[in-house]
Ligand binder design. Structure first.
Ligand SMILES: Nc1ncnc2c1ncn2[C@@H]1O[C@H](COP(=O)(O)OP(=O)(O)OP(=O)(O)O)[C@@H](O)[C@H]1O
Ligand SMILES: [Mg+2]
Length: 216
């Protein structure tokens, strides 16, 4: 059993994960124990993972099939878990991840229909020694709003160019997870103001840290 905490951010494209993680980084930088926090992003987070991220998002010459996409994602995750997440948690650190296992369930099982949910969960477990997050912030947003926010961005990657119908399926995936993983899911209204969401996230993390200190 590791001594750290794993906190993940999940939700549809453009729900505000990166915006919130950037604010959280600034907040944590002002804490005296900031060296105890590690921020990671999927796919990527390691040198090898960044190459995989590039292939995943921008390799248009021979774009990966949905199954290949799944394995690219899992390779990136396995590398990140072995090289960074596991050692950090063993040192008692707090790892904050921009996407993790739930994204694969939502995007690959529900969105792409590559494999049944249980099989994707099994592959996730193999890549991460079945490490589940302690807390997941689900920035909940309707697919139509996510889609229109995304369309405002000028340089969309291969994955982001998927049609609205795809994101509607991904949304169902997150709704399924919010129900089946309710214990670790903190659902946030992603259409609230950026600062309200930030305050909600900070207070939830503070509570979790206090509980962790009491446990040890
Ligand atoms: N609470 C909010 N209200 C309105 N707009 C927001 C809010 N949070 C973020 N945005 C805007 O939505 C856009 C997408 O935000 P962001 O990049 O943080 O999303 P993301 O979840 O990281 O997306 P991706 O999955 O594509 O990485 C940005 O233009 C951002 O300014
Ligand atoms: Mg982002």
């Amino acid at each position: 059993m590791h001594k750290g905490l794993l906190i993940t951010f999940e939700g549809l494209d453009a729900c505000g994960k990166s915006t919130q993680i950037e604010l959280l980084k600034k907040y944590i930088n002002n804490r005296t124990d900031n060296q105890n926090f590690v921020f990671v992003k999927e796919p990527g987070g390691t040198k090898l993972g960044e190459k995989i991220r590039f292939l995943f998002q921008n390799y248009e010459e021979d774009s990966p099939s949905p199954k290949t996409e799944l394995f690219l994602m899992l390779s990136s995750r396995a590398q990140l878990y072995d090289k960074l997440v596991k050692p950090s948690l063993e040192q008692g650190k707090i790892v904050i991840a921009d996407r993790y296992i739930d994204s694969t369930v939502a995007y690959q099982a529900f969105g792409r229909d590559v494999l049944p949910i249980e099989e994707i969960k099994h592959l996730n477990a193999l890549a991460t020694e079945n490490l589940q997050p302690d807390l997941t912030f689900y920035l909940k947003i309707k697919p139509e709003i996510s889609y229109s926010r995304k369309m405002l961005s000028s340089n969309l990657d291969r994955f982001e160019k998927a049609p609205l119908s795809f994101f509607k399926k991904v949304y169902k995936g997150y709704e399924y997870l919010a129900e089946t993983e309710a214990k670790r899911y903190h659902i946030i209204n992603a259409t609230d103001t950026i600062s309200n969401i930030h305050n909600e996230i900070v207070s939830s993390i503070e509570k979790l840290i206090v509980a962790k200190i009491k446990r040890h």
